[in-house]
Design a binder for this molecule. Structure first.
Ligand SMILES: Nc1nc2c(ncn2[C@@H]2O[C@H](COP(=O)(O)OP(=O)(O)O)[C@@H](O)[C@H]2O)c(=O)[nH]1
Ligand SMILES: [Mg+2]
Length: 357
């Protein structure tokens, strides 16, 4: 899962990035223009249990990659669209984390979160609009030369353009996700998005929640958007501590857990992802999969050969495995099932794929 942190300059993206990842990966060369990359292992108590049980040579949790992406200017209003370089970085991402300032800043003064968010949104809308218009021009030309097969795309693009011209994001148009002809554009205003309110230490949780309710009103009709808040500065400090220091710090601050785990969880929900496991003595590994996908697709995430030569999957739910205490006991209790290619994988399934290539 690849998430890009975007937002206005000075909104606290880099601080948020440190809060979520602990900072850049060691040894990474960094060109000022390039986004910082941080990889986070998703902790999961179920993995701990499986590791205890199998004592594997290797343990591989699900990874989340965060990119710290500078480059949005907030100058969408002046008609400036997002540059090609930035677009090429943002396009392939699974989702965006939009960082919004809710702390007083020396350079920008008092925060105005919703209006800042709208500025970012506007810049994305403009960027999509310029892509739609360019493509429309081409399509109109080709239509006039008799390429009738383009008429559906023409209708869709026209609809998209009208929506964008009303300053509305493309995630409001369901065809963008559903129709082959539009999906390929990877429009920014259609990307799943987690809005994070970066809250100053002198603001109370109630104040943060009040602002979030204004956001909730603004995004209420939009699918694939969720909102949350955190004290990014404090969380960044937390991320730099040893485990011991961190737990003391949490107690001092009367917090239960860092925001990192919560934000990962939210991202999973936003992207509609579940986790399944493959487990044995060589490796215990967690995999993410879009909810609703079948066993044969799960096999494909592990290895393309497994998808191609799929025969069946042996499946046991993690909870059944844990409560029976061993694979043999689970088998005896009839909890290990043989499933075919169309079986819909559930969160927590432990899977063994039989395949033949
Ligand atoms: N008080 C406070 N200051 C913050 C917070 N997050 C960022 N800042 C400050 O805001 C400035 C810009 O932060 P930075 O992460 O570099 O912003 P970026 O341009 O979006 O990457 C820095 O001086 C930070 O120390 C926060 O949560 N609370
Ligand atoms: Mg920065």
């Amino acid at each position: 899962m690849k998430l890009g942190i975007v937002g206005l300059p000075g909104s606290g993206k880099t601080v948020l990035f440190r809060a979520l990842t602990g900072g850049l990966n060691p040894g990474e060369q960094r060109n000022r223009q390039d986004p910082g990359l941080g990889v986070v292992k998703v902790s999961d108590p179920r993995m701990d249990f499986l590791t205890q049980y199998h004592k594997p040579k290797k343990v591989t949790p699900v990874h989340v990659e965060y990119l710290d992406i500078a480059g949005l200017t907030g100058e969408g209003k002046q008609g400036r669209s997002i540059g090609d370089k930035l677009l090429s970085i943002i396009r392939p991402l699974d989702a965006l984390v939009t960082c919004v300032r809710y702390f007083d800043s020396a350079s920008s003064g008092k925060p105005s979160p919703l209006s800042d968010y709208r500025t970012v949104e506007e810049e994305m809308i403009l960027s999509d609009l310029s892509i739609v218009e360019k493509r429309l021009e081409r399509v109109v030309k080709d239509l006039s030369r008799g390429r009738k097969e383009l008429s559906e795309e023409f209708d869709l693009l026209t609809q998209a353009r009208d929506l964008l011209n009303e300053a509305k994001p493309l995630r409001l148009m369901k065809e963008v996700e559903q129709n082959e002809k539009l999906r390929g554009f990877a429009f920014l205003s259609a990307k799943p998005q987690l809005i994070l309110l970066n809250t100053g230490e002198n603001k109370s949780p109630e104040e943060a929640r009040q602002v979030l309710s204004e956001f909730a009103e603004h995004i209420k009709d939009q699918p694939n958007v969720s909102i949350d808040w955190l004290y990014a500065d404090m969380e960044a400090e937390l991320a730099g501590m040893s485990e011991e220091e961190a737990s003391e710090f949490l107690v001092d601050m009367a917090l239960e857990e860092g925001a990192k785990e919560r934000i990962i969880k939210r991202s999973f929900e936003l992207l509609n992802l579940i986790v399944f496991f493959t487990a044995g003595e060589p490796e215990v590994r967690a995999w993410s999969l879009v909810r609703g996908r079948t066993a044969v697709k799960a096999a494909g995430t592990v290895h393309s050969d497994m998808e191609r030569g799929f025969i069946r999957a042996e499946v046991v739910a993690f909870d059944d495995f844990k409560s029976t205490g061993s694979l043999v006991a689970a088998q005896k209790a009839g909890k290990v099932r043989l499933e075919g290619r169309d079986y819909v994988v559930k969160d927590g399934d432990i899977m063994l794929f039989r395949f033949n290539v």
